[in-house]
Ligand binder design. Structure first.
Ligand code: RIB
Ligand code: CA
Length: 312
């Protein structure tokens, strides 16, 4: 029986690949809806980009919703310097046929969780939408089976500030609400996403598949990695967001440890920092399964196998 999921994203090339990976896996994942949030680029672009990916994947039936256009409390931050002005540079932008649903994403999340049970939430951007839904109606948490998020960092340090990863820095208050919501949370932080690098060889494997999704993916990854390669001297950009979907499809690709993850929400110096009590040196409640290793080759084997399905 496929797992019912809601994907909340801010495309972003890596969000786009996470959407492709999920849409390639109908046997395992029943996508109830895709909700979008301001993050890498403003909401007007993240919602358009998500709908573009549904067109490219042949899923114009997908329900896509626009959500919060700013974080719960902080001013918005964006990341055009990584993702380009469109948010998905590397693929030609077009006006998608997949419609934007009229309902606000937060209303969709609340309504869906009122009427469904055992829904998995997959946030791959700032967690504003899910946090707003939980704040509005905490009882919806009874219908949340688990949350698999991309965000945070432990050993890797920050990627947007010296001590904070972008998704958590963008909305630390939302992250705190989600991490402390009481439902099972699995967190894919930079400690694993910085190990799944979209090297030229891996991008070439995807491009050789030749279908529309493969070509879009290869184009976006070829653009996406230029910044990270220069910044980290690495051989390709970290493919952050698909780690969430990959964990749901093949959890054995990762190792996780249950521990406390707390979010700094006050200090201007370290706001958005995820304090991961990996060695259990405090008595803080173990609220998160923190991912700390990943089989990168196995991750890309999975991605290539699933993207190939769009050519069938
Ligand atoms: O720090 C990486 C995260 O921030 C990814 O989700 C990327 O898409 C951006 O949202
Ligand atoms: Ca993202």
């Amino acid at each position: 029986m496929p797992r019912k999921v809601i994907i909340d994203c801010d495309p972003g090339q890596d969000d786009a690949v996470a959407l492709f990976l999920a849409m390639a896996s109908p046997g395992e994942l029943d996508i109830l809806g895709v909700t979008t949030v301001a993050g890498n680029v403003p909401l007007a672009l993240t919602q358009r980009n998500a709908r573009m990916m549904c067109d490219i994947a042949g899923r114009r039936d997908m329900r896509v919703f626009a959500g919060c256009e700013r974080p719960l409390r902080r001013d918005p931050i964006t990341a055009e310097y990584i993702h380009g002005a469109t948010g998905i540079d590397g693929v030609d932008v077009f006006e998608p046929e997949t419609p934007l649903q009229e309902q606000h994403a937060v209303d969709f999340i609340v309504d869906t969780l009122r009427n469904e049970v055992s829904v998995t939430l997959i946030p791959t951007g700032p967690m504003t939408n899910f946090a707003a839904a939980i704040e509005r109606e905490p009882s919806i948490l009874e219908s949340v089976e688990q949350i698999v998020s991309m965000g945070g960092a432990m050993r890797e340090g920050g990627n947007r500030s010296p001590s904070a990863e972008f998704n958590i820095l963008a909305d630390p208050h939302a992250a705190e609400i989600v991490y402390d919501c009481g439902r099972p949370v699995t967190a894919m932080g930079l400690d694993v996403t910085h190990r799944v690098l979209s090297t030229r060889e891996r991008v070439a494997r995807i491009r050789e598949l030749g279908n529309d999704v493969a070509m879009a993916t290869a184009g976006m990854l070829s653009f996406f990695h230029r910044y990270d390669t220069k910044k980290y001297g690495s051989e390709g950009a970290p493919l952050h967001d698909p780690c969430t979907v990959a964990w749901l499809l093949e959890p054995g690709l990762f190792e996780t440890r249950r521990c406390n993850v707390s979010v700094e929400t006050e200090s201007e110096l370290t706001i958005g920092h995820t304090a991961v009590d990996f060695w259990h040196v405090t008595d803080r409640p173990h609220n998160v399964d923190w991912a700390y290793t990943v089989d990168a080759d196995g991750f890309y084997d999975l991605l290539v196998e699933r993207v190939a399905r769009f050519g069938d």
